[in-house]
Write a protein that binds this ligand. Structure first.
Ligand SMILES: [Zn+2]
Length: 566
């Protein structure tokens, strides 16, 4: 349902957590048009919008609309339309085959069509699945199954045949084709090798994993709308797509033109487009409050969940890389830069010198820069590049971001503080894959995503989902940061947990800061955009284990009720 915004909307009797550090709590919020008119007592709010529709929050928590600073919005919409093979729904190879066979048997699926699924997590299986396993699921159809990390794809034999991949196909730079003892491709394509079987709409070269799969434009706008509806129901009003190519930007523009872009969307163009943007003189921030360009995204290393994050030799010593991603993880299939990161280094997308040069170019062009860096070796390269960029042209507020920031050392945290680097973290990994981390890297698992240490040092911490790698629901993310508990109930770095209030700030105003939008959204303050949520209960007193199930009763965006539960 949508109410008219003209006369305004007033929320009274709320446990209002404003995320405005100078006025953290209130009772009521008044909105006129698309903006907030007042935040304060019930009387003050009613006076500010006398003709408004009044909603009684009845003591429930009211928060600013949640901001997801690292989210694969379009990819999530696409996944919501695919077969879901995530753990724990699928926990074995037999389960995977069964789920795919069931998807192929559904009405509407025609044999011979591409069968797509997402979310397999073979760290949870008895062994890595192969194309021969998939061949049993849907004979006659090419099958592609995306890994939960977004960094691998598993193909069946027909999909490989259609793509012309044989045992003679070499590993591309930045990627790897897994092979068995006979040298035959097993069907698992890692990082830059994914494009060999998954026809891509865009060539991103060595700049990142390519999930920019060729698709019908109408399907993509439908996916944007599908995800937007789900996000509003989860309390998200602003998302930042952390990997945007011409494919995503076109889909968002199209959706916006058709009135189907339901949440505010900030785009992080992937670094392969740096030259094109330089040629036009365009750099973020650019756009409007609904659709804009934000920071530029660079990849440094691979995936923590997938076992291709780049660790120093010292950190790598304390892990068992074989455990996470099958027998070949951690052997280094990078671009020849592996020596810089030491033994067992994982995967680097760049030669470090070229990486630093590209980041300097982006910084000089005016871009805010976000770097995907999980392992300490990758984080070190990112910090070196930021230092060099600041040396080339000092900026008082560069807002460098490290995406994920899995394992920063103490010395790196001090450098992050000094450079003003924002840590854009995804604590849901600790829940979803924490058991694997504890088993595979017992020496460092508790120190992954050291949120408490970062806050104590004065580093800006941002919580995000990385959906569709993890749940897009902010209440799941907040719960994961507060609980630091694995799926099987084991503690993972409990001394690094956040309080609920800290977690909300990290998912609202500080997330807005990470996308350069803190002046217009992220907190409930007069003059800001009228985006807020009413939760299904009182978050601030909620037992940690019940946060995830609290639910979102009402989501307001631009002064209109855009989601109402039940
Ligand atoms: Zn991501």
């Amino acid at each position: 349902m949508r109410r008219t915004a003209a006369a305004g909307l007033v929320i009274v009797n709320g446990q209002v957590f404003t995320a405005d550090r100078s006025h953290p709590r209130a009772e009521a919020v008044a909105m006129r048009g698309a903006k907030i008119a007042a935040v304060g007592s019930n009387d003050e709010a009613r006076k500010a919008a006398p003709d408004a529709t009044v909603i009684d929050a009845a003591g429930r928590t009211v928060l600013p609309g949640l901001v997801d600073a690292h989210n694969h919005f379009l990819a999530t919409g696409e996944s919501l339309g695919m077969a879901d093979v995530r753990y724990p729904k699928v926990a074995s190879i037999a389960g995977l085959v069964e789920a795919l066979a069931a998807a192929a048997a559904q009405s509407g699926f025609r044999s011979g069509d591409f069968l797509r699924a997402y979310g397999f997590d073979h760290a949870k299986y008895e062994r890595a699945p192969t194309r021969w396993d998939l061949d049993r699921a849907a004979p006659g159809s090419p099958v592609l199954v995306g890994h939960i990390s977004g960094h691998y794809v598993l193909a069946n034999s027909l999909a490989m045949e259609r793509a012309g991949v044989t045992e003679n196909t070499p590993d591309p730079p930045g990627g790897r084709i897994d092979r068995d003892e006979r040298g035959l491709p097993t069907g698992l394509f890692r990082d830059a090798a994914m494009v060999l079987v998954q026809p891509a709409a865009v060539d991103v070269g060595h700049h990142g994993p390519n999930f920019h799969v060729a698709a019908d434009p109408a399907d993509l706008t439908a996916a944007v709308e599908r995800a937007g509806t789900a996000y509003l129901a989860a309390g998200l009003t602003t998302v930042c797509d952390a990997q945007v190519t011409s494919r995503e930007l076109t889909a968002y523009r199209q959706a916006r033109a058709q009135g189907r872009l339901l949440v505010r969307t900030v785009c992080m163009p992937l670094s392969h487009q740096l030259g094109s943007y330089q040629a036009t003189g365009l750099a973020g921030p650019f756009g409007n409050e609904w659709l804009s360009l934000g920071p530029m995204k660079f990849y440094c290393d691979g995936s923590l969940i997938g076992g291709t994050a780049a660790f120093s030799a010292q950190a790598a010593d304390s892990r068992d890389p074989g455990h996470l991603a099958g027998s070949q993880a951690g052997t280094g299939a990078g671009t020849g830069a592996g020596t810089a990161a030491g033994a067992g280094a994982g995967l680097l997308f760049w030669d470090p010198a070229e990486f630093a040069e590209a980041i300097e170019q982006a910084h000089l062009a005016g871009w805010q820069v976000g770097v995907h860096a999980q392992g300490d070796a990758a984080i070190g390269l990112a910090l070196d590049a930021f230092t060099r960029a600041q040396h080339a042209r000092p900026s008082a507020d560069p807002r460098f971001r490290i995406e994920h920031c899995g394992y920063p050392t103490d010395a790196q945290l001090a450098r992050m503080r000094d450079l003003g680097v924002i840590a854009v973290c995804q604590p849901s990994y600790l829940h979803d894959s924490g058991d694997d981390f504890l088993d595979a890297m017992p020496g460092i698992a508790h120190r992954l995503q050291p949120l408490r240490a970062e806050l104590d040092l004065g580093i800006r911490v941002v919580l995000s989902s990385d959906s569709d790698v993890a749940s897009y629901r902010p209440l799941d993310t907040i719960a994961a940061a507060v609980r630091r508990q694995t799926r099987n109930g084991r503690a993972i770095g409990p001394d690094q947990a956040l309080t609920v209030a800290e977690a909300v700030l990290a998912h609202t105003i500080d997330a807005a800061l990470a996308i350069g939008a803190e002046h217009r959204l992220g907190s409930l303050e007069p003059g800001k955009l009228a985006d807020l949520v009413i939760l299904g209960g009182r978050l601030l007193e909620c037992p940690a284990e019940e946060i995830s199930s609290l639910g979102v009763d009402i989501t307001v965006i631009a002064g209109r009720v855009a989601h109402q539960a039940g």
